[in-house]
Design a protein around this ligand. Structure first.
Ligand code: ADP
Ligand code: MG
Length: 291
């Protein structure tokens, strides 16, 4: 295509709220045949709220929320922000306790030291046993299509926090329209299978990969590319950055982390999933005819 065609397409893309890193992004967008969607913060708004706190006997749910909220204070993950916000609200103006040795592990959770206790908040470890009351809380959360995270004090599971999220209004129609364009949607998430399946069903995605680590996301993209597919990845998190960079085309949500936006070729400024469809249609129309 001519430089003029690229400039026109770039300008129209900007009107759609699609920000391109360079002209190659347009050309690659035109040839995409597979889109790998992240779940939390991508197909869903990522504006999560704490729905339930369940503590083991002998532990106070309010105190656990205070500790968990302190550790999540610096977190940029939607789950962490929900936990921190709930804790701040419960603190009623009192300052959050200080945290030392804070660490965030993308796709897993966070940990740090609060009030002399090592506090971890993160995804349930597969294979490690939970007390019955927490196991039931996990099952209840999953039945309600919520994401459940486990709070540990000094390595001992003491509570389950259930957080709820809502679907982005544009996700369903975007998936349907991508299919019509011959593009296959796939869901790849770090979250558990129940929450993953619930969202996939709501938006109409058949292929679902749950409990996938950030490295696992990259491996799935590599596998698809090895089959000869032209793969776009859409994500928002630090956990998506490597997959975004390794795809034929990386698409970041505008409200996502700096890591995701920095690794992507395209940013969806308005977070409207339908803009991806419009942009594909635009490149197929303008770039193919002017060649
Ligand atoms: P997704 O792929 O849906 O965006 P992530 O890969 O970001 O999910 O996270 C995977 C899982 O890791 C989450 O479902 C959660 O259990 C856990 N997790 C990640 N970050 C945090 C955090 N800051 N606090 C608690 N749990 C977390
Ligand atoms: Mg995400």
């Amino acid at each position: 295509a001519t430089p003029t065609a690229f400039m026109a397409a770039t300008g129209r893309g900007a009107q759609l709220g699609v920000l391109l890193r360079g002209p190659e992004a347009l050309e690659r967008l035109r040839h995409i045949d597979t889109v790998v969607f992240d779940k939390t913060g991508t197909l869903t708004t990522g504006r999560m709220t704490l729905a339930a706190t369940t503590a083991v006997a002998g532990e106070d749910a309010g105190e656990i929320l205070r500790l968990a909220g302190a550790v999540e204070y610096g977190s940029e993950h939607p789950i962490g922000r929900a936990v921190a916000a709930a804790a701040r609200q419960a603190a009623d103006g009192n300052p959050m306790p200080p945290v030392t040795g804070f660490r965030a592990v993308p796709g897993v959770g966070v940990h740090g030291r609060v009030d002399g206790v090592e506090v971890a908040v993160g995804r349930p470890r597969s294979g490690s046993p939970l007390p019955d009351v927490l196991r039931r809380a996990l099952d209840d959360a999953h039945a309600a299509a919520r994401t459940a995270v486990v709070v540990e004090k000094d390595g001992r599971p003491v509570a389950v926090l259930a957080v709820g999220d809502t679907l982005r209004p544009s996700s369903y129609s975007a998936v349907r329209h991508l299919r019509k364009l011959g593009i296959e949607p796939i869901l790849v998430t770090g979250d558990g299978p129940a929450a993953a399946r619930a969202v996939a069903e709501q938006v109409g995605i058949d292929e679902v990969h749950a409990e996938i680590t950030p490295e696992g996301k990259t491996a799935i993209v590599a596998g698809l590319r090895a089959e000869g597919r032209r793969v776009a990845v859409i994500g928002d998190g630090v956990n998506d950055a490597a997959a975004l960079a390794s795809a034929d085309l990386g698409i970041a949500m505008g409200g996502g982390t700096d890591a995701a936006i920095g690794a992507a070729d395209i940013t969806l400024v308005r977070e409207d999933m339908q803009a991806v469809v419009a942009a594909v249609q635009l490149t197929r129309r303008t770039l193919s005819t002017i060649r």
